[in-house]
Design a protein around this ligand. Structure first.
Ligand code: NAI
Ligand code: MG
Length: 504
């Protein structure tokens, strides 16, 4: 295959609005105002398309975290938000969604230079998705109710019992760097709808859109203390939030390793915990597909967002009768996915988020080669002046013992394998610690249902991938998580049930 040699990987000039956002003083949003940290430490913000430092954010101190938790606690306990008529909460949330939409272009560009994702992708996926999370959850604010219940062991007419759905309290919400604004809104949407107070901690690599989100939350009219934003590292600020006795719930999206640690740490005070963790999602291509359609589809399943997606279709299982054609179809998308700077209007894939991830992903590719995998496409980093680019990569001749097959790489790397029969592929697909998502490509509707019922995954897609909608529950089987986000279950995860029992 010919290399795309002519790509200029120089990052484009930023817009005036983004320059202004980058120039803001590093501060935290606590109790309805922008405040300085109690300390001096800051964290550099890099544009991964160039590797250059473009801004700095606060590295929150323990004191800052405690201040944010105290503000959330006081706001929750005051009832200012949870006792507000649901229609008023809902209106404020719709105003927030409107504001996100009104600032869509700036937010997409900020996300592009912070994460490295193409601005066009951020504009098509991240920003509208963020607004949708707030808007959809706004609608639940007045629609979650308890029930009246007839006792089972007592005569009728003697007792009256009902349940109340109450907000769980103060939430610590910790999000990763792959979809920063989207994840922030996915987290705060149900918390706000349920009447909780929250402290959001974005990833240290990507806090820029969360900072702008705090401006918009303020403008929308969310009362002081109900939403607080702290920036900083996970092992310091994040850890303090998770262990804080005044935090009632922790909602986390990120690596399985840190998810397990958070679950242990939250146990000390028996916090409610929801975890959305890693994956190594299988994609099964059945013999009846049109390889010309399936090839680009399964390429998108792995290369979208540079493979930095929890549900990335990173293990391809194609039936032996179509394997070669499907893999050729994937490889034919090489130029489409060729990595470019995030503000290049032709970009479909950008760099990886950081130097650390760049080294990690290239390290996995090297390990795969050492273990005997063949590189059918990519397998290296393209030329650039400092950006964290990795070429879209297809590895074949792999086996289930290899780290590239077992572990979450979180980069544009797919391992492609052949299968012969359905039982075999279901067994192989399920042979993983993870269970976040899976895909199947076939025109045979009965095969879809059979496979869907056998795959150990929280979401199964057929003839598509990574189609995520806020109305549809999302979460992991096995070590991919605990609980569900989105849909009715998503908002109920921010509520607890109180039973009231009366003798008449
Ligand atoms: P991470 O899981 O360490 O970070 C995610 C978030 O957790 C960040 O906000 C971080 O500050 C916070 N955090 C880290 N340690 C914490 C602690 N002890 N207590 C509380 N909060 C903490 O992910 P990282 O290190 O950025 O990426 C490493 C790998 O994790 C990736 O290569 C990828 O495999 C996986 N990952 C998976 C994601 C997913 O959506 N499934 C998202 C991000 C990373
Ligand atoms: Mg980490």
């Amino acid at each position: 295959m010919n290399e795309v040699t002519s790509i200029d990987r120089t990052q484009r000039e930023y817009s005036a609005a983004v320059k202004q956002a980058l120039a803001r003083a590093p501060q935290l949003y606590i109790n309805g105002e922008w405040v300085d940290s109690s300390g001096e430490a800051t964290i550099d913000v890099e544009d991964p398309s160039s590797g250059k430092v473009v801004a700095s954010i606060v590295e929150a101190t323990d004191k800052d975290i405690d201040r944010a938790v105290a503000a959330a606690r006081a706001a929750f306990d005051s009832g200012v938000w949870r006792e507000m008529p649901p229609v008023a909460r809902e209106k404020i949330m719709h105003r927030l969604a409107d504001l996100i939409e009104a600032h869509a272009d700036e937010l997409a560009e900020l996300e592009a230079i912070d994460v490295g994702k193409p601005k066009g992708m951020a504009a098509a996926v991240d920003v509208p998705g963020a607004a949708n999370h707030i808007r959809y959850m706004a609608g639940w604010a007045g629609k979650i109710n308890g029930e009246t219940i007839a006792p089972y062991s007592l005569p009728g007419g003697m007792m009256f019992a009902y349940t109340l759905k109450e907000p769980v309290g103060v939430c610590a919400q910790i999000v990763p760097w792959n979809f920063p604004l989207l994840m922030a809104c996915l987290k705060i949407g149900p918390a706000l709808a349920a009447g909780c107070a929250t402290i959001l901690k974005p990833a240290e690599q990507t806090s820029l859109t969360a900072l702008r989100l705090a401006d918009l939350v303020h403008e929308a009219g969310v009362p002081p203390g109900v939403f607080n934003l702290v920036t900083g590292y996970g092992h310091t600020g994040g850890d303090r939030l998770v262990k804080h006795p005044d935090v009632d719930k922790v909602a986390f999206t990120g690596s399985t390793e840190i998810g397990k640690l958070i679950n242990r740490n939250a146990t000390e005070t028996l916090k409610h915990v929801t975890l959305e963790l890693g994956g190594k999602s299988p994609v099964v291509v059945m013999p009846d597909v049109n390889p010309a359609e399936a090839g680009p589809g399964v390429a998108g399943a792995i290369f979208f967002n540079s493979g930095q997606v929890c549900v990335a279709g990173s293990r391809l299982y194609a039936h032996k009768s179509v394997f070669d054609e499907v893999v050729e179809g994937m490889a034919a998308t090489k130029d489409f996915w060729a990595p470019r700077p995030s503000l290049d209007p032709e970009a479909h894939m950008g760099p990886l988020v950081s130097k650390e991830q760049h080294e990690r992903v290239l390290g996995y590719i090297e390990a795969g080669k050492r273990d005997g995998a063949s590189v059918l496409m990519g397998g290296d980093a393209p030329a650039s002046d400092g950006g964290y680019y990795v070429n879209p990569t297809i590895l074949t001749d792999v086996n289930p013992q290899m780290s590239v097959v077992r572990e979450e790489i979180f980069g544009p790397v797919v391992v492609a394998q052949r299968f012969e029969d359905l039982d075999e592929v279901v067994r192989d697909a399920n042979n993983t610690q993870y269970g976040l998502a899976a895909g199947v490509w076939t025109k045979d509707a009965s095969a879809i249902h059979k496979i869907a019922s056998k795959l150990q995954a929280g979401t199964v897609w057929a003839n598509c991938h990574a189609m995520i909608d806020v109305a549809i529950p999302f979460g992991g089987y096995k070590e991919s998580g605990i609980g569900r986000e989105q849909g009715r279950e998503g908002v109920e995860a921010y509520m607890q049930t109180k039973s009231v029992i009366m003798k008449l």
